[in-house]
Design a protein around this ligand. Structure first.
Ligand SMILES: [Zn+2]
Length: 432
């Protein structure tokens, strides 16, 4: 039907195209990192060949993560050591690749919360941002809390932002959420009543609304990650994951322009060098560069010079037409830059993030806590919708997913319904 008039495409050709498009080879992954340290609180996790043994044979995926710690490095180190396992444990076994990819966004939420909850029992102070990237084939899934960022530059030079910025200064929605949960948000008061610096949560003075750790600040500083999942076109692209030391000094475009044509390793070094060059080393500055290259092409892609107004800071993703395989090769050319958005969600609400109409809910075990994966007896779990006051009494026994008692308490604490710290002393001078 999409074939142009006067040009009929033999079915055999169509089937062949269908087959080849189904069997696009996985990208080659080349990566490098660089760091200049001031406080020694940045940590990275680089695992290019993680094995997955699913229902349809062994495949590999790659994990790249950046942890930018504050008030000590305990939370960053703990997350580096435990987060990946907690995420993988939240994925049901025996899923095929597509199901596995579909399960990732929810497993990331569970893994982040479990890591935060477990860390709570070990230490109270220190926290960390997390930017966690999983690459499986051409599908990139990014989960983030805090203000480290991950961007993608496609082979054609369009820039996509794949992480959220959870700094209170730029995120009004988060300020409202924290205030509603009992937190106090304001700037630092100095003698004379003047307010200076960025917006912070009091007590504690944290500038971020989400992190792993930070139990001493308040449980409304939640570990629920913003998750974005995309499919990169087979022309490839470059992922750049950096701590705020880079983004405070350079724009997305400056970062991409400054390292174009360099190998991943050299690019990471160049980015850190450029970031530190202007204002000097003011913070831990870390950068991971990951190149996703078409299998046969082992040199970094060198996109042509960017045209004016080309997709910088793209928020909108063009969706790939399902009929594109029916067009001739020439017709397909403009499609090659497509970055397909598969999933995006940033809500802090567990009821929303672990929602019941999750596409593969039936694959999640009914009697296992959706967050910590502990087994529960039938009837013991508490539905994530249990305190959803919009439809009281409408809950059926099978309206999961379910949480164990302990994770239910964590959920209530995150929503400000219970303060785990006995009585939080408020900032004496007030914020207004
Ligand atoms: Zn649990």
């Amino acid at each position: 039907m999409a074939a142009k008039a006067g040009r009929s495409v033999p079915l055999g050709v169509l089937l062949m195209k269908e087959q080849t498009s189904e069997k696009i080879e996985d990208p080659d992954i080349l990566y490098g990192q660089a760091n200049q340290s001031k406080k020694g609180e940045d940590f990275t996790l680089l695992k290019a060949e993680c094995q997955r043994v699913p229902g349809d044979g062994v495949t590999t995926f790659s994990v790249f993560a950046l942890f930018d710690g504050h008030n000590g490095s305990a939370a960053a180190i703990y997350s580096k050591e435990n987060l990946l396992n907690n995420i993988l444990n939240a994925i049901p076994s025996n899923l095929n690749r597509d199901e596995w990819l579909a399960a990732l966004p929810r497993a990331l939420v569970a893994g982040f919360i479990k890591t935060d909850k477990d860390f709570q029992t070990k230490a109270r102070s220190s926290g960390t941002t997390v930017t966690f990237v999983i690459i499986d084939g051409w599908v990139v899934t990014v989960a983030s809390v805090g203000d480290s960022r991950c961007i993608l530059e496609s082979a054609e030079g369009s820039i996509y932002c794949l992480s959220a910025d959870h700094r209170l200064d730029v995120n009004e929605e988060e300020v409202e959420r924290i205030t509603a949960s009992g937190g106090e948000v304001g700037r630092l008061n100095v003698v004379g009543g003047a307010e200076i610096g960025p917006l912070r949560v009091w007590p504690g003075g944290l500038c971020l609304s989400r992190s792993i750790g930070d139990m001493d600040v308040g449980e409304f500083i939640v570990p629920v990650p913003y998750v974005k999942q995309i499919k990169v076109s087979s022309t490839g692209g470059r992922l750049i994951i950096s701590s705020d030391g880079v983004w405070d000094a350079l724009t997305f475009e400056m970062v991409c322009n400054g390292c174009r044509g360099l190998s991943a390793d050299a690019a990471a070094s160049q980015i850190v060098k450029d970031a530190v060059h202007g204002k000097g080393l003011r913070d831990d500055t870390t950068c991971i560069v990951v190149d996703m290259l078409p299998p046969e092409k082992l040199t970094p892609t060198v996109p042509p010079p960017k045209k004016q107004g080309m997709g910088v800071f793209k928020n909108m993703f063009r969706r790939k037409s399902s009929e594109s395989s029916l067009h001739s090769d020439r017709d397909c050319l403009p499609e090659s830059d497509l970055v397909e958005e598969i999933f995006e969600e940033g809500s802090a609400s567990l009821a929303q993030r672990l929602e019941a109409d999750y596409p593969i809910r039936n694959m999640f075990k009914l009697f296992v806590c959706a967050v910590c994966q502990v087994e529960m007896k039938p009837g013991e779990g508490i539905s994530v919708h249990a305190d959803d006051s919009s439809e009281p009494g409408k809950l059926r026994p099978w309206d999961g997913p379910f949480l164990c008692q302990s994770c239910q308490e964590k959920k209530e604490a995150m929503e400000g319904k219970k303060t785990s710290t006995d009585s939080i002393s408020r900032k004496s001078s007030g914020s207004e």
